[in-house]
Design a protein around this ligand. Structure first.
Ligand code: G3I
Length: 361
């Protein structure tokens, strides 16, 4: 439901005193409702834990208006042992979203990273046929039920040294750059009702990797759009790592370049890596909140930005926690998300709400 300016201002006046309350309560407007008042969609990635954890299920249903699957709809999760897919778990997550009247993004159909080992045994022709079959079966199964699909994830990774900065992997090896167009056209045929998204990492950072990926992505999006390929939005993941260099205004300039190619922009996997920040939890939470605030206030000046999603909602389920535990089980727990491991609101929630509200003022 989109609001006209008068309605939005009315929503703002109703929301503002409550919207920046310091503690989420039943009547405090959620992140999703504040975003909606600003004409934005807010949500989060979820996965199977949502089915088992009642309090988390309630927090997500309260705060989000749209969900993304974190892992369960990935190729290697659907087809871990061979070409036959098992949709059992994916069906449960699709049902969860539907039962809670939450929109759902499918992440991700084709990704050159994390392929299942068996795919490496396929020849190029078999890989091409598998791409078509995977998209037909997966997109076709949920036809009419998905807000959008990340059709291709992370096409670029310049450190691998490929010409044009392309990411190596089975799909690229079999089809070259053409795998992207093939996937998008196949997905559009399987479900003409869903939005098709090209999702990319690293573009936010102001360094060689960020500029290399941005360059490749702009060229690819321009070529796809010129070729009439059904590409509706570009997803920029937003995994912010403040120990790296950023220039949010330069990133805004990149967003305008993308918008000029007539695509919407989704921030699809937002979180703030606090590993280089203070050991003092209160100080760290404030620094994380400020990074969310600075980044969102900058990018929300770009009208093409339509959707903001965090990569899970609670620190308890962050991939950064999995990573940290693997690296050092005895190390400190990351605090990258708006809610802590006990689902209590952190300063980031207020910071994100205030950033959303800058869209209306
Ligand atoms: O569930 C198993 C567990 O049973 C087993 O003991 C454990 C052993 O390490 O692995 C667990 O599965 C892991 C899974 O995350 C759940 O924690 C997989 O090994 C691990 O590879 C998987 O990592 C996921 C990663 O993508 C690779 O698919 C992360 O959860 C997920 O957050 C991450 O998300 C990616 C996006 O898809 C693309 N953008 C970057 C983002 C972060 O890397």
């Amino acid at each position: 439901m989109s609001l006209d300016r008068r309605q939005a201002m009315a929503a703002l006046s109703a929301l503002l005193p409550l919207a920046i309350a310091t503690q989420a309560t039943a009547e405090t407007p959620s992140l999703g409702s504040v975003a909606a008042a600003a004409g934005l969609l807010f949500g989060t990635a979820i996965d199977r834990e949502i089915l088992a954890d009642g309090p988390y299920r309630r927090l997500v249903a309260q705060q989000a208006r749209i969900l993304s699957t974190e892992n369960t709809l990935k190729f290697d999760w659907l087809r871990p042992q061979g070409p036959e897919a098992d949709f059992t778990q994916a069906d449960l997550l699709v049902e969860f979203a539907a039962k809670n009247a939450l929109a759902l993004r499918g992440h991700t159909l084709i990704w050159n990273d994390n392929p299942p080992p068996w795919l490496a045994r396929f020849g190029s022709g078999e890989v091409a046929t598998m791409l078509d079959r995977h998209i037909d079966e997966t997109v076709g199964r949920y036809r009419g039920r998905m807000h959008s699909w990340d059709v291709v994830n992370e096409p670029f990774y310049p450190p691998q040294g490929m010409r044009g900065g392309w990411r190596k992997g089975p799909w690229f090896a079999a089809l070259g750059e053409a795998y992207v167009e093939r996937a998008f056209r196949r997905a559009a045929a399987a479900d003409p009702s869903t939005r098709l998204v090209l999702n990319e990492a690293f573009c936010e950072q102001q360094d060689g990797l960020g500029s290399g990926v941005r360059e490749g992505l702009l060229k690819l999006v321009s070529r796809l759009k010129d070729g009439g390929v059904p590409l509706h939005a570009v997803g920029l993941q937003g995994h912010l790592k403040p120990s790296l260099p950023y220039d949010d205004q330069a990133f805004v300039g990149f967003l305008h370049q993308l918008a000029a190619l007539k695509v919407d922009i989704y921030i699809t996997e937002l979180d703030v890596d606090d590993s280089a920040m203070s050991d003092d939890i209160s100080r760290r939470d404030q620094m994380v909140a400020k990074r969310y605030s600075d980044f969102l206030r900058a990018i929300l000046t770009v009208p093409a930005v339509k959707l903001v999603m965090t990569w899970q909602l609670s620190d308890r389920f962050s991939w950064l926690g999995d990573l940290a535990r693997k690296r050092n089980p005895a190390g400190r727990s990351p605090r990258p998300l708006p809610f802590d491991a006990d689902f209590s609101e952190k300063p980031a929630v207020r910071a994100i709400k205030e950033a959303f509200l800058t869209r209306i003022k």
